[in-house]
Design a protein around this ligand. Structure first.
Ligand SMILES: [Zn+2]
Length: 276
């Protein structure tokens, strides 16, 4: 199933500022945006090249418009009967839903990249992620980023390795097929904590002080736990306490107000463990 513009009941969305009009097809998949992140009291790194990156595509620099520091300031709470303030289908949208029913379009999409906490992420989330890490540090919580943006090629490797290691069935519950990973949007982050290093990308991360801090504070920075313990049937993924998705504070607040914990349920979008 491809993500045609007519697939979503909400499509097409045209944002007032036109920030998502730029063509990611025209811009190459491999590019790096140097974002001037001022890291006050944090260990935010900014790099200018993709040396040592996850694939070997030529590093052509593209400019795709839009201010990475500005996101959903124009978003208003969306009554259920009206279209969402942001596209649910465009890969660069803060509210894009990527799951096993809804692959990324275009398949080889890559966002503008910033580096925060030593990892590549979409530049749109850089300021909030930086703020989150700085707040954690101020609270003496040892949060780090272990994975952010993953290219199509990188996800292929991750998935192949998971299948080789765990078998298809087990791997598919935790590792997205290439083109279906939220990490390819650059909006998803896997957090790590140093209190229990053995819990890196393990369920016991959910019993760490770092996780508790995220539960209490990540929403202030627009991050949502994407794969809750009790929503595997909805999300298509086993619980992942380390995997958080930036959606912006407006949507976090809207979902919390309704007591809804998944994007699929909030927007009425299909999900689950079956690939489209
Ligand atoms: Zn993840």
């Amino acid at each position: 199933m491809t993500r045609g513009s007519g697939r979503s009941p909400f499509a097409p969305d045209v944002l007032p500022d036109g920030r998502r009009r730029y063509s990611h097809r025209a811009v190459v998949a491999r590019r790096t945006l140097l974002v001037g992140v001022v890291a006050a009291g944090t260990s935010i790194g900014v790099v200018a090249t993709r040396a040592g990156g996850v694939d070997d595509s030529p590093g052509v620099v593209g400019v795709a418009g839009g201010d990475p520091a500005v996101h959903d300031a124009a978003a208003q709470p969306a009554p259920s009967a009206t279209p969402p303030a942001h596209s649910l289908t465009e890969a660069g949208s803060p509210w894009v839903i990527v799951n096993k029913q809804h692959p990324i379009a275009p398949h080889d999409y890559a966002p503008e990249i910033a580096v925060v906490g030593g990892k590549e992420v979409a530049s749109t989330i850089a300021a909030d992620l930086q703020g989150l890490l700085a707040a954690a540090k101020s609270a003496t919580v040892s949060l780090g980023v272990t994975s952010g943006f993953r290219s199509l090629a990188h996800q292929q490797d991750v998935h192949d390795n998971a299948v080789a290691r765990d078998g298809v069935e087990s791997a598919e519950s935790v590792s997205a097929r290439p083109g279906y990973s939220e990490h390819q949007t650059g909006l998803a982050v896997d957090f790590s904590g140093s209190s229990r290093p053995g819990c890196l990308l393990e369920n016991c991360f959910g019993q760490t002080p770092e996780y508790d801090w995220l539960v209490a504070n990540a929403g202030r920075f627009g991050f949502l736990r994407r794969y809750p313990d009790d929503k595997t049937d909805v999300t298509g993924y086993a619980p992942e306490p380390w995997h958080w998705r930036w959606v912006g504070t407006d949507l976090v607040a809207q979902m919390a107000a309704k007591g809804v914990t998944t994007m699929e349920e909030f927007f009425g979008v299909s999900g689950g463990s079956t690939y489209a």
